[in-house]
Design a protein. Structure first.
Length: 95
């Protein structure tokens, strides 16, 4: 998931919640966008930095919306640690 989100942000230049979610899914798009925006406390049309904190928030919001399960933050932290170095560099330059 992280790699896809990083790819969307950097390669497709999708830098808003609205654009990312429109690319991510084709179903229930408006509700999905509203949910993620509210969860992240960012306007859906606002350009945001895809730093580690926002990447984790975005992933958590997607998992919660799609599965209805609030997974522990530690799982997302470990998943971040498993990212390839070149992907982490893209994220860390946005801090």
């Amino acid at each position: 998931m992280y790699i896809n989100l990083i790819y969307y942000y950097h390669n497709y230049n999708l830098k808003t919640i609205e654009k990312i979610i429109n690319r991510w899914t084709e179903t229930n798009v408006k509700n999905y966008i509203n949910f993620v925006a509210k969860y992240m406390k960012i306007n859906e049309k606002e350009i945001f930095n895809l730093n580690k904190e926002n990447l984790i928030k975005l992933a958590k919001a997607i998992v919660l919306f799609e599965n209805g399960v609030n997974i522990d933050e530690e799982v997302f932290e470990v998943a971040y640690l498993l990212l390839p170095k070149e992907k982490k560099i893209l994220i860390e330059k946005n801090n």
